[in-house]
Design a protein around this ligand. Structure first.
Ligand code: ATR
Length: 280
């Protein structure tokens, strides 16, 4: 059977094997999906050994998404824009293994927002909190939904400006007003969607944002998830927003990877409902 895995360090707690097993069962695909822990200094060698042994594809998680980007022979447009790779596909051409790099994180986020949470992104006012790898990874897919405006706010403002400059041409092409916003003072207006792409939740921190940015009518989304609501979700809910965690993004990025590998996109919503039921 075709073999796949999630590669990371650590990787023991990854939900990806369960998610992909559920997708395989639901779509009638025969495959095997394991966890693969690479040594911190041995990512490329572990990938090459897996591919040489007949492996067909890998999901890449912390801390290897940048190394995967560097290792790939070819990149999809969204992986190039993200500057990071979370999905590898191996193909053999003239006896040589070619490594294709993709990034399904942004598509997974967009799919969760639009299909599972019934959130309309076209014409929406979006605030993206954070300007690190996670924020960059979702920017192009968000812009492609043609929001009216997308503001990037970051603790270190210079990084928000860098990201805005990097995506300015794409935003112009897609008729979206892309700005770098401050994290203090009053917001120009309330946002329809506020996405926390900072790593603050890991430390129990709520990132700063302008007063009034979140309120009733805002959908607040934390790309993190855990057994309980994140501090950002609780804070946003206290301001009147509806708050969601990133479990749906995890499931839907997996569905996008599965589609790349197998040519059929599984129903992420059904698997997400099962994961949530198992957690509650
Ligand atoms: P990742 O790949 O997870 O995005 P990263 O590239 O290190 O990791 O970026 C982390 C992001 O979270 C950054 O935007 C960071 O803000 P700075 O650029 O100012 O460092 C943001 N971040 C991390 N901890 C934060 C906190 N406690 N409050 C607000 N922002 C935080």
């Amino acid at each position: 059977v075709d073999r796949y895995a999630v590669i990371g360090n650590p990787v023991g707690h990854s939900k990806s094997p369960d998610i992909h097993a559920a997708f395989a069962a639901a779509t009638g695909q025969r495959l095997r999906y394991d966890r693969l822990e690479a040594p911190l200094d041995g990512f490329a060698a572990t990938v090459q050994a897996f591919a040489a042994a007949g492996g067909r594809g890998l999901n890449v998680t912390v801390p290897f998404k940048l190394e995967a980007f560097a290792l790939a022979d070819t990149l999809t447009a969204r992986a190039a824009a993200a500057g990071a790779v979370n999905t590898l596909r191996f193909q053999t051409a003239e006896g040589r293994i070619v490594i294709e790099g993709d990034n399904t994180d942004g598509a997974g986020l967009v799919h969760d927002l639009q299909h599972n949470l019934h959130c309309r992104l076209a014409g929406a006012r979006i605030l993206l909190l954070g300007a690190g790898g996670a924020a960059r990874g979702v920017l192009l897919p968000l812009l492609e939904c043609r929001p009216a405006c997308l503001a990037i706010a970051n603790r270190t403002p210079a990084r928000a400006h860098e990201l805005q400059a990097h995506f300015a041409a794409a935003a112009g092409r897609l008729d979206c007003l892309l700005t770098a916003a401050g994290t203090s003072g009053p917001a120009a207006a309330r946002y329809d969607v506020v996405i926390n792409a900072t790593s603050g939740s890991l430390a129990g921190d709520v990132p700063a944002f302008a007063a009034g940015a979140i309120g009733p009518g805002t959908l607040a989304y934390d790309m993190m998830y855990g057994a309980e609501a994140t501090v950002f979700m609780r804070h946003a809910a206290a301001l009147g927003a509806t708050a969601h965690d990133g479990l749906g993004m995890l499931v839907e990025q997996a569905a996008e990877s599965f589609a790349l590998w197998r040519g059929v996109r599984p129903d992420g919503g059904a698997v997400l409902a099962r994961l949530r039921a198992a957690r509650d």
